[in-house]
Design a protein around this ligand. Sequence first.
Ligand SMILES: Nc1ncnc2c1ncn2[C@@H]1O[C@H](COP(=O)(O)OP(=O)(O)OP(=O)(O)O)[C@@H](O)[C@H]1O
Length: 680
Amino acid sequence: MTELDLKDGKIFLNKVTEKIRTRLTEVDASIEAGQKDIQSMNEYYWENYTEMDEYGYENYDNQQALLHQVNDNQEKQKMRHRLRKMLEAPFFGRVDFIYDGEEEPEIFYIGIGNFAERTGMLPLIYDWRAPVSGLFYDYDKGPGSYKAPAGLIEGEIAAKWQYKVKNGKMVYAFESDTKIDDDILKQELGTNSDVQLKNIVRTIQKEQNAIIRNTQDRILAIQGAAGSGKTSVALHRIAYLLYHDREHLKSSNILILSPNSVFSDYISHILPELGEENIQEMSFDLFAYRELKEIVPDCEDRYDQLERNMKLQDLYLTERFEEKQSEGFVGMMEGFLASLEDELMDFRTIEYKGIQKTEEELINLFYFKFQNVPLLSRMDAIRDYCVDEYETLLGRDLSEEELLIVQNKFDKMYVTKDIYKIYGWLLEECGYPALPDVEYEKRKLEYEDVFPVLYLKYRLTGKAVHNHIKHLVIDEMQDYSYLQYVILNQIFKCRMTILGDKAQTLDEQMRDVLQFLPGVFDQKIHKIVMNKSYRNTMEIARYAEKLTGVKDVELLKRHGKEVIEENFQNEDAVLDEIFLKAKLGEDEYETAAIIAMTEAEAFTLYQMLKARGEEVHYIDRNSSAFKKGLTVTTFYLAKGLEFDQVFGVFRDIENPMQNQAKYICATRALHELYMYQITE
Ligand SMILES: Nc1ncnc2c1ncn2[C@@H]1O[C@H](COP(=O)(O)OP(=O)(O)OP(=O)(O)O)[C@@H](O)[C@H]1O
């Protein structure tokens, strides 16, 4: 390609499109050939497998060759998918960079992925995550540098361009400076919201880029205002890390702890869009629930707790919940565990076949030789030790039945092995109401007890460290308690990106977890504050600010309609008004939400709309998808999501959570916000 071609975005687009097409044709042909090979390998196998050598070598070789060919074809299909996507918009930016000591700039086009005519050739388009692409996000015209594997590369940016290519056609191209950057941002944000979070590669901001490209900090905690791009940045960071450490980090090594399934669905397409495989997502409640299955068949989740709090507004219950998740309670549990060693045991001499251990010998083994084994696993360790000793001495192994009898004898030395009962003793000792004394099938843990029981379980039986997870992302960090972080620190010994917003705590008061996190993780945590908010118009953001008194947020200067506050007598009147204001449909908005305080209130509104024959979606804690159109939900399930129009519907009753709820509700709106109150 000549100099001139490179300098003109439009010409470059045409040329590069041609080259992508050629590559695509080659890949298509190669996939087809691969498919034929697979087919003939299969045919060969079925025709010849009866005559293959008796040791199975030939069979094994055939299988391996087939597997190799299948994998190869899968890789090519991925490449085809990527190339097809690139055809729609091959690049979005360009940096003309003069290396120190050189005269002429080198031109780098930047896109969602690398593209070179042939493997090994210089890329025509650079992946947004490539070292040189950092220049695009970090600098305007003038001196600039980027970190390459060989060290810091310095020089000068002669020009920076922004492009919008849609369906393979150039929509706009201009040389950019910071001001235009802001204009593009406003334009991007001014469009209608999607039912999925958008990728932001075209407009990543400098301070966001610093977080995305941060590889040195083991634990990175981001406090970001509502709409500041925390979730977006965390996901782009994952894509960046996967790109730069392909050898050691696979998508299966990453886990996102996210609040619920709708949120998981909302963010699930970003990584595939950025050319990476999707990663596992899970809620910590679900994780705990699975871990506790042997102890209780059912547990409450965070939302049960929240709903009860709002309904009963019982200060004692709220305090009790807080206490049980606190540092103080972890201390009490440790004290209890120290005395449990004596209370839980009832040592008895063991005599079976040739195995003989006196009470005294067992006590010795228990308190000295095996003192580091968790309490409820310790007798198993002692049993194995005794059985081993016996088998070596007599030169014979115990049968399965004999082993069971021995195990039974050792188990009997525990007063109980039931962690539910042991937790009951702990509650009694700490002066809390006891758990119902019922058989396994009838047990259900209240949310306040879920994580204390999990803590106890790990302390009594040992914990499985999830070594295969090399990076943990915790979204909505403010909603995790001290105790939950203690548990997380025990089971995940890996790098972490922790993000959230103290102003959006699902509680009566803001919770700043950053104050206790360094203590829990016992190390320095790099804290970053993101203060610029992108989602809301200035009118909406100012309104939200007044609700919580959060002041230091910098706003993108995007204007919209004033927020409307209005009172109505009953639900019917509110719904009439909402239908006057909702602008959903072709050439209008994509998403709107009616956000209520409680599940009961949201469900009533939803049913009334259904009775009116309206097409409406309902999101509750069991939902797994967020759809286009009008959605009814609660403030706590709307958290993390965004809508073009938001209609907050709140009752005129005292509720200590109301301000938080209104703040979360208001900050979900991209363009229009209506805050309605029912006075009846
Ligand atoms: N650099 C950017 N360019 C374009 N859009 C951006 C940028 N940063 C954030 N946004 C947009 O701002 C909105 C909010 O982003 P995101 O949901 O990631 O923020 P958040 O901090 O996690 O929000 P919240 O805590 O309120 O749920 C999204 O629409 C996102 O696409």
